[in-house]
Design a protein around this ligand. Structure first.
Ligand SMILES: NC(=O)c1ccc[n+]([C@@H]2O[C@H](COP(=O)([O-])OP(=O)(O)OC[C@H]3O[C@@H](n4cnc5c(N)ncnc54)[C@H](O)[C@@H]3O)[C@@H](O)[C@H]2O)c1
Length: 380
């Protein structure tokens, strides 16, 4: 049983609470932390209610609530937890993750891993030195259609992959940014590519071979009241010669439209759409008869979108980390793997700022974007 703490009790933390409850047989939330203590208290109650819902406890009043802290260092010192999940502002992930790893805890960190390649490398190095797991919340890797496409890829069914595309056409309105002032800042967040599109960019590079070599890009701040981009377009070249295309925006009128991953190979075409890469829309393979999965059999016209774009993957992701701790299996989204999407996004930023294609490996940071530079909008 992993004695776990949650650090950061804002908007995404309810997904962690759900994931704790779903994995209640193997992990126990012993404490929550947020400098806004009332948030930690509210989440402690939510946790007990979630535990009742999965029948892990009989009633809220029959169980001791997890403890609450305003200072995570005090919490680590007093409780010495086995595991910590981190759901604070992105810019705080590196410091907090490194402190948790040094305190002996395995870490599940929200995305993006960090806002600079240097910080991500430091996190990965400490995890390695301490022999602790460092996992990243790219929960969409666990979406059923994504897993299905990945199995087809591993079986060689696409033939040679030629190109792939991720479209993230969402709406983040002014209310979203004013709700938490860190959003859209270079110091703590980055723009829509780093925040919203990081999942899709991770999926694209995971499928295309995890070996991006060159990036060209145009990013813009069209209409949102933030420092960083609210739109980005990029071309990613992979070592095989295959090409990835990124289209990401927070400006779609009036609400979220789709997040769609398209993969085009010499012997297979797959499109996974829906609000958050959750719905199989195209499934065509040369060997479909042999596999018994012709398109008419596999497309589910009744597939529903999840209630939020956060989807359902956190529970499976936490289970994957628990499996890895218990059996030594490889993490599906380790720190090293999580770093790849970060590096591509930072290369996109650098390409925009310099006006030149960027070769990978690329060392960069969001704060370098902020130095003597302001993103163009309409009218250049
Ligand atoms: N996986 C996903 O799909 C997904 C979705 C949304 C957000 N996120 C990520 O989750 C993170 C949080 O996003 P959010 O929208 O929940 O932010 P939020 O602003 O709603 O919540 C962040 C919380 O962290 C707290 N915090 C700050 N410093 C802290 C510290 N030292 N110790 C403990 N708590 C601290 C803040 O007080 C706040 O309550 C970001 O990195 C974001 O990119 C991931």
């Amino acid at each position: 049983m992993q004695r776990t703490v949650l650090i950061g009790c804002g908007r995404i933390s309810h997904k962690h609470i759900e994931a704790f409850a779903r994995n209640a047989a193997r992990m126990q939330l012993v404490a929550l932390c947020d400098p806004l203590l009332h948030r930690a208290q509210a989440k402690a109650k939510e946790y007990l209610e979630a535990m009742v819902a999965v029948r892990a406890i009989a009633s809220v009043s029959s169980a001791a609530p997890p403890r609450v802290y305003a200072d995570y260092r005090q919490m680590l010192e007093e409780l010495k937890p086995d595991m910590a999940t981190i759901a604070t502002e992105s810019g705080y992930h590196p410091r907090i993750a490194i402190d948790c790893l040094n305190a002996g805890a395995h870490v599940i960190c929200e995305k993006p891993i960090a806002l600079s390649t240097k910080d991500a490398d430091a996190m990965i190095a400490v995890a390695k030195a301490r022999g602790r797991k460092l996992a990243l919340c790219f929960q969409n890797r666990f979406n059923a259609p994504v897993q299905k496409a990945r199995r087809a890829l591993e079986a060689g069914r696409f033939g040679k992959l030629l190109h792939g595309m991720i479209q993230v056409r969402w709406n983040r309105n002014e209310g979203y940014y004013s709700q938490a002032p860190w959003r859209g800042t270079w110091a703590l967040d980055g723009g829509t590519l780093m925040n919203q599109c990081t999942h899709g960019i991770d999926l694209l590079q995971w499928m295309m071979g995890e070996d991006a070599v060159r990036v060209q890009a145009a990013t813009r701040r069209f209409s949102r009241p933030i420092e960083a981009e609210d739109f980005g377009a990029a071309i990613i070249e992979f070592a095989s010669g295959a090409v990835g295309i990124v289209e990401g925006t927070a400006c779609v009128y009036p609400t979220n439209l789709n997040e769609t991953l398209s993969l085009f190979g010499t012997k297979g075409t797959v499109v996974i759409g829906g609000l958050a890469t959750n719905k199989l829309e195209t499934w065509r393979f040369a060997d479909a008869e042999e596999y018994g999965d012709t398109e008419d059999k596999v497309l589910d016209s009744h597939a529903k979108n999840p209630p939020s774009v956060y989807g359902y993957g956190h529970g499976d992701l936490f289970a994957d980390v628990l499996d890895s701790i218990e059996t030594g299996s490889e993490l599906l989204v380790s720190g090293e793997r999580g770093r790849k999407a970060l590096e591509i996004i930072l290369a996109i930023y650098k390409a925009q700022k310099t006006g030149l294609p960027v070769e990978l490996p690329c060392e960069y940071s969001t704060t370098e974007m902020a130095e003597s530079y302001s993103l163009p909008g309409l009218g250049g």
